[in-house]
Design a binder for this molecule. Structure first.
Ligand code: ADP
Length: 171
């Protein structure tokens, strides 16, 4: 019988949000082992350090037994091969994601023909969610409790100050 291979879900996770967590929970049911890897990309300015991002992913995924959390600065396909995985998982929200993800996957396939990229569609209610939107809302003091796991909410409050609810009644 064929066993399902190990998969890697790479990303910036700056910070992890509920759309990421939904993908992680779904793929951890599909593979024997999943590694979520926080990648440090020198060309992107992150709000949280790699260690902070990794700690948030660990705290939010502690309930998933077949999941590892790691961080890397290596070339993705080299990293994937080094940990003995053969599948890269990427999430797709909208057509907007597709161009970049398609190019990225084809380039990875060219560099490492033995490694495949698996795309997983966002759940409908997370299709609008991105780390950029979460940071933007948190920077205005908006409540992001419905958008991110509690560990990420705490870190966002530490960065931006106490979250104020956007009360409609002017309280
Ligand atoms: P990157 O900088 O590598 O794009 P992100 O942390 O923004 O890293 O995203 C990591 C992965 O999660 C990407 O494949 C991205 O498309 C996917 N993703 C981001 N937001 C969502 C969402 N709301 N639903 C499903 N997948 C998502």
């Amino acid at each position: 019988m064929k066993t399902l291979p190990k998969a890697v879900y790479p990303g910036s996770f700056d910070p992890l949000h509920n759309g990421h967590l939904d993908v992680i929970e779904r793929i951890s049911g599909m593979f024997d082992e999943v590694t979520v890897t926080v990648f440090v990309n020198a060309s992107k300015t992150a709000l949280f350090s790699a260690d902070e991002r990794t700690a948030m992913v660990k705290a939010a995924t502690a309930h998933i037994p077949n999941l590892h959390v790691d961080q890397s600065q290596d070339l993705l396909v080299r990293y994937v091969r080094q940990i003995g995985a053969r599948v890269i998982v990427r999430g797709l929200r909208a057509v907007l994601d597709f161009d970049y993800e398609f190019q990225f996957a084809l380039m990875n396939k060219r560099m490492a023909p033995d490694i495949d990229t698996l795309f997983i569609l966002t759940s409908e209610h997370y299709s609008y969610l991105s780390s950029t939107i979460v940071k933007e809302l948190a920077s205005y003091g908006a409540d992001v409790a419905d958008l991110v796991p509690p560990a990420c909410q705490r870190r966002l409050i530490e960065k931006f100050g106490v979250g104020k609810r956007l009360e409609r009644d002017g309280e």
